[in-house]
Design a binder for this molecule. Structure first.
Ligand code: SF4
Length: 555
């Protein structure tokens, strides 16, 4: 009674407001065609793919200062180009400076390698471009790309010419468009593969990459395909994923997942319950992408990924719109793909279905160099192979090795720093680009990852289970920190003396596969970069001392 007495008068005093109007999120299909932010305006003003002609005809000839800012910080991305971070600006100042103050006069250039599939001539070309035009830099990314740094605008047309001469490209390697189509690095060769997605990867690239149909999506758009039971492409964190499964009546095909993505508001991709035969994959990919283009949110950049639309609509509505408005047919219902205990990185020596072998090697946190890649190309050729694959775990595979050449190949690759039998630490540590080149970074990552691996190999050599350590240089999640056993998010922290230093917010216990989920962000658990080896050693030793038989770190 008392409650009623006290609330009723308050309610009566409140002015009656008209119902709030639903605010548009910038969905084109609902008529919101006016650009609602700077990025949308840039895309509307000119198709970003058109910037290539200006680079070739104007900017490469007249130099860096001739570049229109809307091209430099906007449309260049559609051709795989970002300005890199100006050296000497510490991470504490990242958020306080204007973009132009962070810009160096050099570029990161991302080579997209769809499906991670390379031949020797292609690898040799990337290596030569790195040593000639990129100060010998080369990083393997966790999306099967290779990134070069220190590229001058004057050299970009020549680089494109040489890449394209061997069938490689940088088109739509970055930007609000379909990024590299990642696929199982053992597609077509693994003995235990359910289905080879390669024809679908090629068809999606042929039909849609560089097409104006999808060169203006609300935000970046990540695709993954795998027919391997170890789900080797991190399908859970992609906007759209096709995951190999056997249908009881229709045989091998794909389970369709949508709406994954990390960064802020991380979400795992979810099953639509649809079964997609191999030959239908490009059409179904087109339908999902079209829904995103037309109904995706364009008002706020941080709400523009597909995952927000999927979360708001729910799976049933998403599937219904896709089927009714785009495919004009029902998709087959299908079974769920079985999640693996541990996702596959394919490091080590494995027998192919044709009796030959593939060998997976682990550089530390994806860092290699042009010189190293050049040596790898020669080693691969000398061992009778012409196929190399990059992986979504920053690794390299060499395919088609005859049994009697395996050990020689393994030794030769180890001589250039690429281990086929790496320690658990080296195998399971990944790092993003970090402050060395990235304008958003707050802390350094690659050198730190190397120091960490060296220290942990020395301190805890007995580790016998995979514990993944993913290092990010900022709150974005290019290195997938939320789904690592130990995820490290770069930020400025206070050390014991109260000084501001580089450090990390720790996320513990994330995973993919059967343990798919996000690590717990332990409130207040921050560690300085200098103390990181001590911290990781402590956590892992506690786990090793206290674990029950078979207990995984993630639990
Ligand atoms: Fe840059 Fe941050 Fe991505 Fe690392 S996570 S590459 S620092 S944006």
């Amino acid at each position: 009674m008392a409650t009623q007495a006290s609330t009723t008068p308050a309610r009566a005093r409140r002015p009656v407001r008209p119902p709030r109007r639903q605010r548009g999120e910038g969905q084109w299909a609902l008529g919101y065609r006016e650009p609602l932010n700077k990025n949308e305006q840039i895309k509307k003003d000119d198709d970003p793919l058109n910037v290539r002609a200006r680079i070739e005809n104007i900017y490469a000839k007249r130099g860096f200062d001739s570049i229109d800012p809307a091209d430099l910080r906007g449309r260049f991305r559609w051709w795989g180009l970002y300005t890199q971070r100006r050296p000497g600006i510490d991470g504490g100042r990242t958020a306080t400076l204007e973009p132009e103050e962070l810009d160096d006069r050099y570029f990161m250039l991302r080579v997209r390698i769809d499906g991670g599939q390379l031949n020797v001539a292609q690898l040799r070309t990337i290596a030569e471009l790195s040593t000639t035009y990129a100060r010998d830099t080369a990083d393997l990314t966790d999306r099967q790309n290779i990134q070069l740094h220190w590229v001058r605008i004057e050299d970009v047309p020549t680089i494109w010419e040489r890449l394209e001469a061997v069938g490689l490209q940088t088109q739509e390697a970055c930007g609000d468009c379909p990024r590299v189509i990642i696929a199982s690095p053992v597609a077509g060769i693994a003995a235990d593969e359910i289905i080879d997605p390669t024809p679908a990867v090629r068809e999606i690239v042929r039909r849609y990459i560089g097409s104006p149909e999808f060169s203006n999506l609300p935000r970046k758009y990540k695709t993954a395909l795998t027919g391997h039971p170890l789900h080797d492409v991190a399908p859970e964190v992609n906007d759209v994923a096709f995951v190999g499964v056997r249908h009881p009546e229709h045989g091998p095909g794909f389970d369709l997942w949508v709406g994954g993505g990390l960064s802020t508001n991380p979400m795992l991709a979810q099953r639509l319950g649809a079964f997609v035969p191999l030959e239908e994959v490009p059409e179904v990919w087109w339908a999902v992408t079209s829904v995103f283009r037309d109904y995706g949110y364009r008002r706020l950049r941080h709400r523009a990924r597909l995952k927000f639309l999927v979360a708001d609509w729910g799976l049933a509505k998403f599937r219904e719109v896709m089927e009714q408005e785009y495919l004009h047919r029902r998709l087959l219902d299908g079974p769920a793909a079985e999640p693996p205990a541990v996702p596959g990185d394919h490091v080590g020596i494995h027998r192919q279905k044709d009796g030959r072998y593939y060998v997976g090697v682990a550089p530390v946190a994806g860092r290699v160099s042009g010189s190293t890649l050049g040596k790898v190309a020669e080693i691969v050729a000398a061992h009778g192979s012409d196929r190399i694959r990059t992986t979504p775990y920053q690794k390299l595979l060499v395919l088609d090795v005859a049994e009697d050449k395996v050990e020689s190949l393994v030794t030769s690759l180890a001589d250039v720093g690429l281990e086929a039998r790496p320690s658990v630490w080296r195998r399971n540590t990944m790092a993003c680009t970090g402050i060395e080149y990235c304008k958003l970074a707050i802390v350094e990552t690659k050198a730190l990852a190397r120091r960490l691996v060296d220290e942990l190999e020395r301190r805890v050599p007995e580790l016998d289970v995979p514990i993944t350590i993913n290092v990010n240089g900022c709150p974005n999640s290019c290195a997938r920190i939320q789904v690592a056993d130990i995820g490290l998010k770069g930020q400025i922290v206070l050390d014991r003396q109260g000084r501001q230093v580089e450090g990390f917010q720790v996320h513990l216990g994330g995973g993919l596969g059967v343990d798919a989920g996000f690590g717990r962000k332990l409130r207040g658990l921050k560690v300085t970069a200098a103390e990181l080896p001590d911290y990781v050693e402590r956590v892992v030793r506690r786990y090793l001392d206290q674990r029950e038989p078979g207990e995984r770190f993630a639990h």
